[in-house]
Write a protein that binds this ligand. Sequence first.
Ligand SMILES: Nc1nc2c(ncn2[C@@H]2O[C@H](COP(=O)(O)OP(=O)(O)O)[C@@H](O)[C@H]2O)c(=O)[nH]1
Ligand SMILES: [Mg+2]
Length: 298
Amino acid sequence: MNNFVSGFIAIVGRPNAGKSTLLNSLIQQKISIVSPKPQTTRDAVLGIWTDESCQMVFVDTPGSIKPKNALGDYMAKTIERAVIDVDCILLVIDGHDGISYEEMELVKKYGTKNIPLVVAITKTDIAQPETLMPELSKLNEFDCIKEVYSISAKRNRNIDELKEGLKKYLKSSEMFFPEEDITDKSERYIVCELIREKILLCCDKEIPHGVGIVLNKMEYDENALIWDIDANIIVEKQSHKPIILGKQGKNIKEIGLRARQSIEKMLDARVYLALWVKVKEDWRDNPYMLNEIGYKDK
Ligand SMILES: Nc1nc2c(ncn2[C@@H]2O[C@H](COP(=O)(O)OP(=O)(O)O)[C@@H](O)[C@H]2O)c(=O)[nH]1
Ligand SMILES: [Mg+2]
């Protein structure tokens, strides 16, 4: 193939900026989970876009936070690793929230890495143009920023333009992944993530941050044409169990229903989903449990 380019692009930014939504929109598939709560993404998730002229490998990262436990440490290390050896850094800023000191610090941090820095101002669908313009002008003082795109990942606004713009930072090279791949994560991993996403959406406060998912079974029944999935929801405190379950199991039923629908959409098949709540105290500080839940140090 002539002039075929490929490379890695790290997606960074504050928690809740809209990084995972943007990743899904860039590759036109849902592979990274999204919620209104910070710290939704725990692991680096690769999203791969391949067409006749290029292969872009996007690395979605957890938002920058100060680690409070072993899982937090793991998330912080994941971001540091993700920005080594990439061809471009894409800093996502919530345009609806405005550009504060924290965003400026991130620009400075990523602008000095000798890697081209591109900024995407997202959520423009809910930002007021008259407040957005003066905010954007704050970025003018930074020479390290190659380009700024105003986008909406939710409404798919300017996504193709952004993708086209990012192409120029890729290098002439062969594909890194087979062209049919859209992520480095397995279906099993995404199933766990979709369950966790529904817990983030159906439970308040700190509960979801202490939740981990372990798949006990995921098998396709060739006769019944249905996926049989059985998973444990691990919580870190006994008191969290009744909250996940809800009155007369109402909450877990809702989590199960929503998770099943999302999993069916991803697998494009019918799904039977059974969920169990188990208590494992302080699993977020237990290397063995972190490993079992899939947060393996590479
Ligand atoms: N209106 C609007 N909301 C968005 C957009 N992108 C993300 N969001 C919302 O912002 C919240 C955080 O998104 P997420 O992708 O999980 O952010 P992350 O923590 O940076 O990965 C979710 O509630 C999303 O639905 C957008 O373009 N427009
Ligand atoms: Mg995320």
